[in-house]
Design a protein around this ligand. Structure first.
Ligand SMILES: Nc1ncnc2c1ncn2[C@@H]1O[C@H](COP(=O)(O)OP(=O)(O)OP(=O)(O)O)[C@@H](O)[C@H]1O
Ligand SMILES: [Mg+2]
Length: 483
């Protein structure tokens, strides 16, 4: 087996990152050079003539993504791998739009990076031209979340925005399936044309075909005039087939025929008409199950499922909860309600909940808290008033040490990755500042507010407990679940 090696230029202003990458790649036989700015990158490119450019986005002298398209235009064989700590959908889409070969969110996995480098070198011969379209200008992209799971979603979205592949969005209720469909539409070349959604579960089964394909005047009783169906309304744009698992069998058969032929015939019509529509379907059901039970056509499933996008339930990306929660508080404020902030303790508590209604449930809760909370800052005690799960945490046997530890671990990792310059002792203080007030409050609640018993349970002296209660602004008389 011949080893695929080449010349790699690494651009990152963090010399530690440069060093780690360089060491790993050299060990694999690559020739590596590292620089720390856009200016140095410009200088090194023509001289060093790398096969692969690995570049950070936020560089001291500007945005490292800005002239990637220009670099590739000059050197079409060059493969560019983007590393970024700004792990938003925007970055993923911009990287792809600029013609980058791969986008890796920071913190990245070294194995993944070296795999990407090997892959880049191996496909160098069959290089493809950069694209400048398909790049949304959008600053405020609708999807919030920086968890690795959402990064994966962003990367898939970035890969599909500028083609017409059928997409199947999967995920529990409230995970953002419709939002993803809208994002794909609004970032792609069809964005100037309509985005039309139809919910299979909300339409009486006998009306589905006329809704989808339209009908002619007199096609059935009550058809007083010709009516355009959703396919026709979406011409040139995107049709979002929501709750596809609820589509009746006969309608599935007709839909399959339309997808195969690219033509629709209206109900009562005779002449098939060509349609140009991108299809994005979504469901919270397990289509494989439905297929096995004979309730969903297998051939239709394969047609729709060209690129699946799986949206993780919120409980599996709890690290995104504080970000989303604060976003929804801002959103509520835009609607004219007073602007509320969220204490770190309250945010940590929200991370522990399992969110059966996912992002939608969090959104609704933030709206409710905005209305119900009189203080400017939403704190742990406010959550207790509205969340039954916080009550269950007050049960000493249900404190959920496992979940707590899990949340703390995730949080610590994230802080170390994002904060960069935070020392371990700062992190220790902050982590304790999040967990300790929750622990104190819950213990007091379990002891019916009795500080002597709470102090004994916690293994601390009563004065220490009192000091901590003052420090964290916990009212010892009021940590009760009844509040
Ligand atoms: N990542 C996200 N960032 C910001 N808002 C989000 C995100 N995901 C979902 N939302 C918001 O949560 C709500 C629910 O999302 P959406 O309607 O897309 O979910 P869904 O998966 O289609 O749910 P259902 O299966 O119940 O139809 C919407 O108001 C949406 O704007
Ligand atoms: Mg939906």
């Amino acid at each position: 087996m011949t080893r695929l090696t080449g010349k790699i230029l690494v651009v990152d202003d963090d010399s530690a990152i440069c060093l780690v990458i360089a060491e790993a790649l050299k060990r694999q036989g690559h020739i590596v050079r590292t620089v720390g700015s856009i200016a140095e990158r410009k200088e090194a490119l023509p001289v060093f003539a790398p096969d692969v450019l690995i570049t950070d986005v936020m560089l001291p002298d500007g945005d490292g993504l800005d002239d990637v398209a220009a670099i590739i235009a000059q050197e079409p064989d060059l493969k560019v791998i983007i590393l970024s700590a700004q792990n938003t959908l925007n970055t993923a889409v911009r990287a792809t739009g600029q013609g980058a070969f791969e986008y890796l969110p920071k913190p990245f996995d070294l194995n993944e990076l070296s795999r990407a480098v090997t892959e880049a070198i191996s496909v160098r011969a069959s290089s493809h031209a950069p694209r400048s379209d398909g790049e949304g200008s959008g600053e405020d992209l609708p999807l919030i979340g920086r968890s690795p799971q959402m990064q994966e979603v962003y990367r898939t979205i970035a890969r599909v925005v500028s083609n017409d592949l059928n997409i199947l969005v999967l995920g529990e209720s409230g995970t953002g399936k419709e939002l993803v469909a809208e994002a794909i539409h609004s970032l792609g070349p069809r964005r100037a044309r309509p985005f039309v959604a139809i919910n299979m579960a909300a339409i009486p089964r006998e009306l589905i075909e006329s809704e989808l394909f339209g009908y002619e005047k007199g096609a059935f009783t009550g058809a007083m005039q010709r009516s355009a169906g959703k396919f026709e309304q979406a011409e040139g744009g995107t049709l979002f087939l929501d709750e596809i698992g609820d589509m009746p069998m006969d309608a599935q058969t007709r839909l399959l025929r339309v997808l195969q032929s690219g033509e629709i015939t209206t109900v009562g019509g005779t002449r098939p008409v060509r349609v140009n529509v991108r299809i994005i379907a979504a469901t919270n059901q397990d289509l494989t199950n439905l297929t096995a039970e004979g309730r969903f056509r297998e051939d239709l499933f394969y047609r729709l499922n060209v690129v699946p996008i799986r949206l993780p339930p919120l409980r599996e990306r709890a690290g995104d909860v504080p970000l989303l929660a604060r976003h929804f508080l801002d959103q509520a404020a835009l609607g004219g309600l007073p602007r509320k902030s969220l204490s770190d303790g309250a945010a940590a508590l929200l991370e522990l909940y399992d969110w059966p209604g996912n992002v939608r449930e969090l959104q609704n809760l933030m709206k409710r808290l905005t209305v119900l909370t009189r203080d400017q800052e939403i704190q742990v005690q406010h959550l207790r008033q509205v969340l039954t799960f916080a009550e269950s945490l007050a049960d000493p046997s249900g404190i959920g040490v496992v979940e707590l530890r899990e949340a703390a671990r995730r949080w610590a990792r994230e802080q170390l990755a994002v904060g960069g310059d935070m020392s371990a002792s700062e992190l220790h203080d902050r982590l304790l500042g999040v967990i300790e007030p929750v622990l104190l409050g819950e213990t007091l609640a379990a002891m019916d507010g009795n500080q002597i018993r709470a102090a004994a349970t916690l293994g601390m002296n009563r004065n220490t407990l009192r000091k901590k209660l003052t420090h964290y602004d916990i009212d010892p008389a009021m940590p009760l679940r009844e509040r």
